[in-house]
Design a protein around this ligand. Structure first.
Ligand SMILES: [Mn+2]
Length: 240
């Protein structure tokens, strides 16, 4: 049985259901690379669907932020003097309120990485190339995009001068399937690294009007559906 990884869904339930119609008949193992929620029209519906499927998902930075914000809110309700130190837009607060407590608790259990076997790992954003897989940080695994020549993570939304995407510097030996960074709205991004290492970036920006992509780990085949429309603007900051 092979494995199919599905990219950042970001609340795009209609597109997810269309993609599942293409993916599920293959009877492969299905995994999600995180960021199930925000930006698209139905975060709660997407979480419900993934929970119904009972398949694994890694923790995305949006999933993580929602969980941490909800924990602060719970504490604030119990301690009137407590102030939630995190910011969240009113739209996001309303969208997250549609998630049940059980959904939010489930999001809080998502792992940072999944071992898919065969030398492949799934994570939301990516490893920091200067560190071996076992010493990666949560910050990198949920947020890494750009790195310097030494493989150190840089905090930038846009490619810095002289910077690289981490997948251009990752030496393995693990192959990685990941989301988080929209390399383009159509094609998935495949980096073939020395030693037979592959990095597969499969967030093709469905919520931005691109595609929702599924990647068949064993064959490299890509299964895609087109976004119904753009639900958000591509250039908004990642944690906005
Ligand atoms: Mn993300």
């Amino acid at each position: 049985m092979g494995t199919i990884a599905i990219g950042d869904v970001h609340g795009c339930l209609e597109e997810l259901d269309e993609l599942l119609g293409l993916v599920l008949p293959r009877r492969h193992r299905v995994v999600f690379v995180g960021d199930l929620i925000d930006r698209g029209p139905d975060s709660a519906g997407v979480v419900a669907r993934v929970r119904e499927l009972g398949v694994p998902c890694v923790m995305g930075n949006h999933d993580d932020k929602a969980v941490r914000w909800a924990r602060h809110e719970a504490r604030r309700r119990g301690e009137p003097a407590y102030t939630n130190p995190m910011r969240m837009s009113n739209d996001r607060v309303a969208e997250h309120a549609r998630l049940s407590e059980s959904d939010m608790a489930w999001l809080g259990t998502l792992p940072l990485v999944l071992d898919l076997g065969g030398g492949w790992w799934a994570t939301h954003a990516g490893p920091e190339p200067r560190r071996p897989w076992r010493r990666q940080t949560a910050a990198a695994l949920m947020r890494c995009r750009w790195v310097d020549g030494a493989g150190m993570m840089l905090r930038s939304l846009d490619r810095p001068d002289g910077g690289f995407h981490w997948a251009e510097r990752w030496a393995g030996p693990e192959s990685v399937v990941y989301g988080h960074h929209v390399h383009g709205l159509d094609a998935v991004r495949i980096d073939r690294r020395p030693g037979g290492v592959t990095c597969a970036g499969i967030d093709t920006g469905c919520c931005f009007g691109g595609h929702l992509s599924a990647y068949v780990i064993d064959t490299g085949e890509v299964i895609q559906v087109k976004a119904r429309r753009a639900y958000a603007e591509l250039r908004i900051p990642d944690d906005a």
